[in-house]
Design a protein. Structure first.
Length: 179
């Protein structure tokens, strides 16, 4: 903690949260195994990855960003959407030659959370430039139809307290056979 405070002071008044969010924090592999090891995914040159465990194909970048194959990075700015906008965007999305993208359900989205890491809680080798923010799932909260489940990729926690009119980020998926 002393190093963190000294680092913040040395950087000319940057807030501690800015310093902490500069790089991902992961537990050592011994006590906590990877939940999304890189070997589980097939990385495609078109900005998609295929999960061999779930047979889901994912966009490597958050919606609004554009995959840059030359630098293997995401360009542009990620867009926040309401839940309804996210559903509509998914059904209209054409990307990498596919038009059957969907907003993942809560279990599908949970499958890409890397529980060994925070800030962000995702495999950064596979999913590029993921924001430490909330991402929508397509799953409505039972008993509270105005809310939908989402994940914070800051800490990997799921939440059901967000109204569907709120804004959150989106990572789209599609069903595929991953070899």
């Amino acid at each position: 903690m002393k190093k963190l405070i000294l680092c913040a002071v040395a950087l000319g008044g940057l807030s501690v949260s800015q310093v902490v969010s500069a790089s991902q924090i992961c537990a050592s592999e011994g006590p906590v195994p990877d939940t999304t090891p890189s070997e589980q995914f097939v990385v495609n040159a078109d900005g998609t990855v295929c999960d061999k465990q779930t047979n889901l194909m994912w966009q490597r970048c958050t919606f609004g960003q554009v995959y840059n194959s030359e630098s293997s990075s995401c360009d542009n700015v990620a867009q926040e959407l309401s839940w309804q906008q996210a559903l509509q965007t998914a059904s209209a999305q054409e990307f990498a030659g596919y038009s059957d993208w969907h907003l993942p359900n809560v279990k599908e989205l949970a499958s890409i959370v890397e529980h060994r890491c925070v800030k962000p809680s995702i495999n950064e080798t596979i999913f590029l430039e993921t924001l430490e923010k909330n991402y929508w799932s397509s799953t409505t909260v039972e008993g509270t139809p105005a809310n939908a489940w989402l994940f914070s990729f800051g800490d990997g926690k799921v939440s059901n307290v967000f109204n569907k009119s709120s804004q959150a980020y989106v990572r789209l998926a599609r069903y595929a056979f991953c070899e």
